[in-house]
Design a protein around this ligand. Structure first.
Ligand SMILES: Nc1ncnc2c1ncn2[C@@H]1O[C@H](COP(=O)(O)OP(=O)(O)OP(=O)(O)O)[C@@H](O)[C@H]1O
Ligand SMILES: [Mg+2]
Length: 256
Protein backbone atom coordinates (compact mmCIF):
# COMPACT_ATOMS: atom_id res chain seq x y z
CA UNK A 1 0.00 0.00 0.00
CA UNK A 2 1.44 3.35 -0.93
CA UNK A 3 1.74 6.10 1.66
CA UNK A 4 -0.98 8.62 2.36
CA UNK A 5 0.07 12.15 1.45
CA UNK A 6 -2.96 14.41 1.62
CA UNK A 7 -6.22 13.86 3.46
CA UNK A 8 -9.03 16.34 3.00
CA UNK A 9 -11.65 15.82 5.70
CA UNK A 10 -15.15 17.29 5.57
CA UNK A 11 -13.84 20.57 4.20
CA UNK A 12 -16.41 23.38 3.89
CA UNK A 13 -16.34 27.04 2.94
CA UNK A 14 -19.19 29.51 2.91
CA UNK A 15 -19.09 33.07 1.65
CA UNK A 16 -22.01 34.80 3.37
CA UNK A 17 -24.99 32.68 2.35
CA UNK A 18 -23.15 30.82 -0.42
CA UNK A 19 -21.95 27.31 0.40
CA UNK A 20 -19.02 27.24 -2.03
CA UNK A 21 -17.68 23.89 -0.72
CA UNK A 22 -19.69 21.50 1.47
CA UNK A 23 -18.20 18.61 3.47
CA UNK A 24 -15.76 17.49 0.80
CA UNK A 25 -13.43 14.60 1.68
CA UNK A 26 -10.85 12.80 -0.45
CA UNK A 27 -7.20 11.76 -0.35
CA UNK A 28 -4.02 11.72 -2.41
CA UNK A 29 -1.46 8.95 -1.96
CA UNK A 30 2.19 9.01 -2.90
CA UNK A 31 2.70 9.02 -6.68
CA UNK A 32 -1.01 9.62 -7.28
CA UNK A 33 -2.27 12.02 -9.90
CA UNK A 34 -5.67 13.21 -8.70
CA UNK A 35 -7.85 15.62 -10.69
CA UNK A 36 -10.66 17.82 -9.40
CA UNK A 37 -13.32 18.58 -12.03
CA UNK A 38 -16.79 20.07 -12.07
CA UNK A 39 -18.99 22.62 -13.86
CA UNK A 40 -18.43 26.37 -13.50
CA UNK A 41 -19.01 27.57 -9.94
CA UNK A 42 -18.78 24.02 -8.53
CA UNK A 43 -16.23 25.09 -5.90
CA UNK A 44 -13.00 23.79 -7.44
CA UNK A 45 -10.93 26.94 -6.97
CA UNK A 46 -12.25 27.46 -3.44
CA UNK A 47 -11.32 23.87 -2.53
CA UNK A 48 -7.87 24.30 -4.05
CA UNK A 49 -7.31 27.60 -2.25
CA UNK A 50 -8.21 26.01 1.08
CA UNK A 51 -5.81 23.11 0.55
CA UNK A 52 -2.95 25.40 -0.49
CA UNK A 53 -3.38 27.77 2.46
CA UNK A 54 -4.75 30.80 0.61
CA UNK A 55 -8.28 30.70 2.03
CA UNK A 56 -9.11 29.41 5.56
CA UNK A 57 -11.84 26.74 5.71
CA UNK A 58 -15.12 27.44 7.50
CA UNK A 59 -14.97 23.88 8.86
CA UNK A 60 -13.15 20.62 8.28
CA UNK A 61 -9.42 20.14 8.00
CA UNK A 62 -6.51 19.17 5.78
CA UNK A 63 -3.85 16.68 6.82
CA UNK A 64 -0.55 16.50 4.97
CA UNK A 65 1.89 13.65 5.65
CA UNK A 66 0.02 12.90 8.85
CA UNK A 67 -0.04 16.41 10.32
CA UNK A 68 -2.93 18.85 10.31
CA UNK A 69 -1.96 21.79 8.09
CA UNK A 70 -5.19 23.73 7.64
CA UNK A 71 -4.53 27.34 8.66
CA UNK A 72 -0.89 27.26 7.53
CA UNK A 73 0.39 29.80 5.00
CA UNK A 74 1.55 28.76 1.50
CA UNK A 75 5.24 29.27 2.37
CA UNK A 76 4.86 27.10 5.48
CA UNK A 77 3.28 24.40 3.32
CA UNK A 78 6.20 24.71 0.89
CA UNK A 79 8.59 23.98 3.76
CA UNK A 80 6.58 20.88 4.58
CA UNK A 81 6.67 19.71 0.95
CA UNK A 82 3.53 21.05 -0.73
CA UNK A 83 3.83 23.66 -3.51
CA UNK A 84 1.43 25.01 -6.14
CA UNK A 85 1.28 26.80 -9.45
CA UNK A 86 -1.27 29.46 -10.32
CA UNK A 87 -3.84 29.64 -13.08
CA UNK A 88 -2.22 32.80 -14.42
CA UNK A 89 1.50 32.65 -15.00
CA UNK A 90 3.43 34.24 -12.17
CA UNK A 91 6.90 34.44 -13.66
CA UNK A 92 9.25 37.41 -13.40
CA UNK A 93 9.44 38.34 -17.09
CA UNK A 94 12.74 40.23 -16.77
CA UNK A 95 14.54 37.59 -14.76
CA UNK A 96 16.23 34.67 -16.49
CA UNK A 97 14.54 31.30 -16.72
CA UNK A 98 17.10 29.90 -14.25
CA UNK A 99 16.51 32.70 -11.74
CA UNK A 100 12.76 32.15 -11.96
CA UNK A 101 13.22 28.50 -11.03
CA UNK A 102 15.64 29.41 -8.21
CA UNK A 103 12.88 31.50 -6.64
CA UNK A 104 11.09 28.25 -5.81
CA UNK A 105 14.14 27.00 -3.96
CA UNK A 106 14.39 30.12 -1.83
CA UNK A 107 10.68 30.16 -1.11
CA UNK A 108 11.12 26.88 0.70
CA UNK A 109 13.90 28.31 2.84
CA UNK A 110 12.45 31.74 3.40
CA UNK A 111 9.15 33.55 3.03
CA UNK A 112 6.71 33.74 0.10
CA UNK A 113 7.57 33.69 -3.58
CA UNK A 114 7.41 37.40 -4.25
CA UNK A 115 9.65 38.55 -1.41
CA UNK A 116 12.04 35.67 -2.02
CA UNK A 117 12.35 36.74 -5.64
CA UNK A 118 14.04 39.95 -4.64
CA UNK A 119 16.22 38.54 -1.90
CA UNK A 120 19.74 37.30 -2.40
CA UNK A 121 20.72 33.90 -1.07
CA UNK A 122 22.57 34.12 2.22
CA UNK A 123 25.69 32.24 1.26
CA UNK A 124 27.65 31.36 -1.85
CA UNK A 125 27.07 27.72 -1.04
CA UNK A 126 23.31 28.19 -0.82
CA UNK A 127 23.38 30.09 -4.13
CA UNK A 128 25.33 27.33 -5.83
CA UNK A 129 23.05 24.63 -4.47
CA UNK A 130 19.96 26.52 -5.63
CA UNK A 131 21.47 27.04 -9.07
CA UNK A 132 22.39 23.40 -9.50
CA UNK A 133 19.00 22.21 -8.36
CA UNK A 134 17.23 24.73 -10.62
CA UNK A 135 19.32 23.70 -13.61
CA UNK A 136 18.56 20.04 -12.92
CA UNK A 137 14.81 20.78 -12.88
CA UNK A 138 15.11 22.71 -16.15
CA UNK A 139 16.83 19.71 -17.71
CA UNK A 140 13.94 17.54 -16.57
CA UNK A 141 11.33 19.72 -18.27
CA UNK A 142 13.53 20.01 -21.36
CA UNK A 143 14.42 23.69 -21.02
CA UNK A 144 18.05 23.64 -19.85
CA UNK A 145 19.17 25.21 -23.13
CA UNK A 146 17.04 28.28 -22.34
CA UNK A 147 18.31 28.76 -18.77
CA UNK A 148 19.84 32.17 -19.49
CA UNK A 149 17.03 33.61 -21.60
CA UNK A 150 14.68 36.17 -20.09
CA UNK A 151 11.54 34.29 -19.03
CA UNK A 152 9.24 36.83 -20.71
CA UNK A 153 10.65 36.01 -24.14
CA UNK A 154 9.57 32.34 -24.03
CA UNK A 155 6.36 31.07 -25.69
CA UNK A 156 3.44 30.56 -23.28
CA UNK A 157 3.73 26.77 -23.13
CA UNK A 158 7.39 26.94 -22.18
CA UNK A 159 6.65 29.51 -19.48
CA UNK A 160 4.20 27.01 -18.00
CA UNK A 161 6.99 24.43 -17.91
CA UNK A 162 9.23 26.97 -16.14
CA UNK A 163 6.51 27.35 -13.50
CA UNK A 164 6.38 23.62 -13.03
CA UNK A 165 10.15 23.45 -12.69
CA UNK A 166 9.89 26.19 -10.06
CA UNK A 167 7.21 24.26 -8.17
CA UNK A 168 9.43 21.16 -8.28
CA UNK A 169 12.80 22.68 -7.39
CA UNK A 170 12.39 22.34 -3.62
CA UNK A 171 11.61 18.62 -4.15
CA UNK A 172 8.09 18.79 -2.69
CA UNK A 173 6.18 15.53 -2.36
CA UNK A 174 2.93 17.11 -3.61
CA UNK A 175 2.46 19.71 -6.33
CA UNK A 176 -0.90 21.44 -6.80
CA UNK A 177 -1.56 22.60 -10.36
CA UNK A 178 -4.31 25.09 -11.13
CA UNK A 179 -5.54 24.43 -14.67
CA UNK A 180 -2.10 23.53 -16.04
CA UNK A 181 -3.38 23.06 -19.61
CA UNK A 182 -5.13 26.45 -19.82
CA UNK A 183 -3.90 28.47 -22.79
CA UNK A 184 -1.68 25.72 -24.20
CA UNK A 185 -1.91 24.52 -27.78
CA UNK A 186 -2.31 20.76 -28.42
CA UNK A 187 1.41 20.22 -28.93
CA UNK A 188 2.29 22.09 -25.72
CA UNK A 189 -0.39 20.17 -23.80
CA UNK A 190 1.07 16.87 -24.97
CA UNK A 191 4.55 17.95 -23.91
CA UNK A 192 3.25 18.95 -20.47
CA UNK A 193 1.42 15.64 -20.07
CA UNK A 194 4.68 13.82 -20.81
CA UNK A 195 6.55 15.95 -18.27
CA UNK A 196 3.95 15.30 -15.55
CA UNK A 197 3.98 11.53 -16.17
CA UNK A 198 7.78 11.53 -16.11
CA UNK A 199 7.81 13.48 -12.84
CA UNK A 200 5.37 11.02 -11.32
CA UNK A 201 7.83 8.24 -12.17
CA UNK A 202 10.37 10.15 -10.09
CA UNK A 203 8.11 10.20 -7.06
CA UNK A 204 6.20 13.46 -7.37
CA UNK A 205 2.46 13.45 -6.70
CA UNK A 206 -0.04 15.87 -8.22
CA UNK A 207 -3.42 17.30 -7.40
CA UNK A 208 -4.82 19.40 -10.21
CA UNK A 209 -7.90 21.32 -11.23
CA UNK A 210 -8.47 21.07 -14.97
CA UNK A 211 -11.11 21.81 -17.58
CA UNK A 212 -9.41 19.89 -20.38
CA UNK A 213 -11.18 16.52 -20.14
CA UNK A 214 -8.85 14.81 -22.57
CA UNK A 215 -5.91 15.50 -20.27
CA UNK A 216 -7.83 14.56 -17.15
CA UNK A 217 -8.90 11.24 -18.65
CA UNK A 218 -5.39 10.55 -19.92
CA UNK A 219 -3.34 11.16 -16.78
CA UNK A 220 -5.52 11.08 -13.66
CA UNK A 221 -5.43 7.96 -11.50
CA UNK A 222 -8.51 9.22 -9.72
CA UNK A 223 -11.00 12.00 -10.34
CA UNK A 224 -13.00 13.93 -7.75
CA UNK A 225 -16.14 15.54 -9.19
CA UNK A 226 -17.72 18.59 -7.55
CA UNK A 227 -21.14 20.06 -8.30
CA UNK A 228 -22.71 22.92 -6.34
CA UNK A 229 -19.98 22.60 -3.71
CA UNK A 230 -20.53 18.90 -3.06
CA UNK A 231 -18.55 15.86 -4.09
CA UNK A 232 -20.88 13.93 -6.37
CA UNK A 233 -18.46 11.25 -7.54
CA UNK A 234 -14.94 9.94 -7.12
CA UNK A 235 -13.20 7.19 -9.02
CA UNK A 236 -11.01 6.07 -11.90
CA UNK A 237 -11.48 7.89 -15.25
CA UNK A 238 -13.50 4.99 -16.74
CA UNK A 239 -15.92 5.02 -13.80
CA UNK A 240 -16.32 8.79 -13.87
CA UNK A 241 -16.96 8.90 -17.62
CA UNK A 242 -20.05 6.68 -17.25
CA UNK A 243 -21.25 7.91 -13.84
CA UNK A 244 -24.90 9.04 -14.23
CA UNK A 245 -24.61 11.97 -11.78
CA UNK A 246 -21.50 13.24 -13.54
CA UNK A 247 -23.12 13.04 -16.95
CA UNK A 248 -26.14 14.89 -15.56
CA UNK A 249 -24.00 17.63 -13.98
CA UNK A 250 -22.21 18.17 -17.26
CA UNK A 251 -25.24 18.17 -19.56
CA UNK A 252 -25.24 21.46 -21.39
CA UNK A 253 -21.74 22.16 -20.10
CA UNK A 254 -19.11 20.03 -21.77
CA UNK A 255 -19.08 16.39 -22.83
CA UNK A 256 -17.30 14.00 -20.47
N1 LIG B 1 -14.60 35.31 -2.54
C1 LIG B 1 -15.86 34.92 -2.79
N2 LIG B 1 -16.91 35.60 -2.30
C2 LIG B 1 -18.18 35.18 -2.53
N3 LIG B 1 -18.50 34.10 -3.26
C3 LIG B 1 -17.49 33.38 -3.78
C4 LIG B 1 -16.12 33.75 -3.59
N4 LIG B 1 -15.34 32.84 -4.22
C5 LIG B 1 -16.18 31.96 -4.79
N5 LIG B 1 -17.47 32.28 -4.52
C6 LIG B 1 -18.66 31.51 -4.96
O1 LIG B 1 -18.48 30.19 -4.56
C7 LIG B 1 -18.94 29.28 -5.58
C8 LIG B 1 -17.78 28.40 -6.03
O2 LIG B 1 -16.82 29.19 -6.74
P1 LIG B 1 -15.43 28.63 -7.27
O3 LIG B 1 -14.71 29.77 -7.87
O4 LIG B 1 -14.75 27.88 -6.22
O5 LIG B 1 -15.92 27.64 -8.42
P2 LIG B 1 -15.09 26.91 -9.59
O6 LIG B 1 -15.51 25.49 -9.58
O7 LIG B 1 -13.66 27.20 -9.43
O8 LIG B 1 -15.68 27.60 -10.90
P3 LIG B 1 -14.96 27.89 -12.36
O9 LIG B 1 -15.00 26.59 -13.10
O10 LIG B 1 -15.88 28.89 -12.97
O11 LIG B 1 -13.59 28.40 -12.10
C9 LIG B 1 -19.52 30.15 -6.68
O12 LIG B 1 -20.90 30.27 -6.45
C10 LIG B 1 -18.82 31.48 -6.48
O13 LIG B 1 -19.61 32.54 -6.95
MG1 LIG C 1 -12.25 28.17 -10.65
Amino acid sequence: MSAMLLEVEQLSKSFGGIQAVQNVSFYVKKEDIVAVIGPNGAGKTTLFNMISGIVPPTSGFVRFQGAIVSGKQPHELAMLGMTRTFQNLQLFADMTVLENVMVGFHSRLKSGIVSAGFRLPRTVKEEKQAQEQAFFCLEQVGLAHLAWERAGTLPYGMQRLVEIARAAVSRPSLILLDEPMAGLNPQESKQLVDVLLMMREQGFSFLFVEHDMETVMAIADRIVVLDYGKKIAEGAPEEIARHPDVIKAYLGEEAV
